[in-house]
Design a protein around this ligand. Sequence first.
Ligand code: B4P
Length: 207
Amino acid sequence: MCSQQSPIFVAFISICIMLNLVLFGPPGAGKGTQSAKLIAQYNLVHLSTGDILRSEVANKTQLGLKAKSLMDAGLLVPDEIVIGMIQERISQYQSAKGFIFDGFPRTVAQAEALDKMLTENKLSITAMLQLNVPQNELVNRLLRRATLENRPDDTPETITKRIQEYEQKTLPVATYYKNQEKLHIINGVGEVSEITNYLLKTVENLL
Ligand code: B4P
């Protein structure tokens, strides 16, 4: 039955099981872009730490004021801040069909904290989807986004710092999920729709 995977089957299965996905990759890999497509297909709750932090900054909250200088410098925000943000939201969505974690976890400590909070709610991560994009393409995308969205962290110096932070602190998170046999690597270069299709196929094979 699982091998047929008609759209009706996928819709049926996705309302029957809890699907918790981690969308992973370097800055500019397309996590935000692709999250939107997966949410629409599987009716998941979107938890993007980048979006939550940007909204805190825009609202000039205490947390936002703390995070702003770090984000503008291309540095990660401290673990305890982002872990607290996610914890609060998981408990708000008790009846969710599943979650898509976009840009979280970004350190092994965050990954361990996520496993702990999911276990406490009798949940677990179904899969980590890693978008693979070479560095020159990442830089080009983020510089293009700088002209379109005016994001303060898309300057050439900050982009370099963000990629360094990713390589040093975030990449080990892929090994963390590989050891749990949950890591799936997807080519993140090409048409957005083509990448969406690879992601959807990967998820359907898990159902
Ligand atoms: P995020 O908001 O997570 O941002 P991101 O890494 O820039 O991006 P993403 O991969 O989502 O890129 P997008 O789809 O937009 O983080 C921002 C900052 O917040 C971090 O640097 C950090 O300071 C802080 N932060 C967030 N989470 C944290 C955590 N857990 N711990 C600590 N700190 C945290 O794509 C980029 C561009 O490429 C777009 O313009 C898009 O249109 C384009 N694009 C996408 N797919 C494409 C394709 N296939 N071809 C061509 N262009 C494409």
